[in-house]
Write a protein of this length. Structure first.
Length: 339
């Protein structure tokens, strides 16, 4: 995710590796950046502080600006030249530029503060060497990781617009938000911090847990939620609606899932009266739910092998609608906590 101050190294808060808290400190790209040469003892946090940049606001932006020059555990390389993020003064119209979303969507306007202070970890399932479930439609391969990722980016962008701090945990250096039906399958996704994604499932999931939990420790005391998106793979004749999993011992996780469920049900009732909604909320013994520290939800978006469910994924407006409805549910969850 990047510090998007808001999205995964990406992330976001608005972004990127993720994001951070202040809706007023926005990131600006495409400008003349101040350059520094790393010396012995320098670290990202110390460099940012020395240059009057709040690390919680600009850490992810620093990572995005200096891709390929950050060592393991975010270490700087002595003698290397690094670019510093450009702070933007407060303004009525606050904007940031987030390349992770692609050229068409990289300019993000912060519309309100509904999620100011909230921190999200957005995780698209699978990625890298593992495409996840595979479907077929009109001669095209449908890869689970691509559709989960596109929706995760749309969700991350929405959250940033409401001033959330967002970390995009699984990231693709080339694929921003894509307004096409059939998304090309590739294997170049990385884990936040530009970490190569392992093929072994246990190692892959552990890698994500480690990165999320490291970030979680930085925001202790804050509202933090982890949202993991997947696409189910059942027999082609079985249609499924969006359903949610939570950790059995997590009361807040169950509340989060129920809020998301009720939000989507209400939307379907309003947009498609009489359709009905058969999504479910259940506890499940899953590695990510068991081991990540933030309150978490694991979401299955549909059956990639069912013709009707495929439309939920393939049609661009449907992918955006899913992201929009999940955003509304997350806003409600945050507001419920403050009541």
């Amino acid at each position: 995710m990047h510090f998007i101050k808001s999205g995964m190294s990406i992330i976001l808060r608005k972004s990127g590796i993720l994001f951070v808290f202040t809706i007023f400190s926005m990131l600006a790209f495409g400008q003349d950046y101040k350059k520094i040469v790393a010396k012995s003892g320098d670290g990202i946090y110390s460099i940012l502080k020395q240059n009057n940049l709040d690390p919680t606001e600009y850490f992810n932006a620093f990572l995005d600006l200096n891709k390929g020059k950050i060592g393991e555990n975010y270490q700087l390389m002595i003698g290397k030249t690094y670019l510093l993020p450009v702070p933007v003064a407060d303004s009525t119209s606050q904007q940031g530029v987030y390349p992770i979303f692609g050229k068409k969507y990289e300019n993000v306007t912060f519309t309100d503060k509904k999620l100011a202070g909230a921190v999200f970890y957005i995780i698209a399932g699978h990625g890298g060497p593992d495409p996840g479930a595979i479907g077929k439609k009109d001669g095209h391969r449908l890869c689970e990781d691509e559709y989960a990722y596109d929706i995760s980016l749309r969700l991350a962008k929405n959250l940033i617009e409401h001033s959330a701090t967002v970390y995009i945990i699984v990231r693709d250096p080339n694929d921003g938000i894509r307004d096409v039906d059939f998304l090309k399958c590739d294997k170049d996704e990385v884990c936040i911090g530009n970490l190569e994604i392992p093929l072994d499932q246990t190692k892959r999931l552990k890698q994500r847990v480690v990165e999320v939990n490291k970030l979680y420790d930085k925001y202790k005391g804050s509202y933090q939620r982890s949202v993991e998106l997947h696409v189910d793979s059942r027999y082609s004749e079985q249609k499924v609606d969006i359903f949610f999993y939570y950790h059995a011992d997590s009361k807040k996780g169950k509340e989060l899932c129920n809020t998301l469920f009720q939000t989507i049900k209400a939307k379907y009732d309003a947009v498609q009266p009489g359709r009905g909604y058969s999504g479910t909320v259940k506890s499940r013994n899953l590695y990510m739910l068991n081991n990540t520290n933030p309150v978490s939800t694991y979401i299955e978006l549909g059956n990639i092998n069912h013709e009707r469910d495929q439309k939920r994924l393939i049609v661009v407006d449907n992918r955006q609608a899913i992201a929009n409805w999940l955003t509304l549910g997350l806003i409600k969850d945050y507001e419920n906590l403050k009541k």
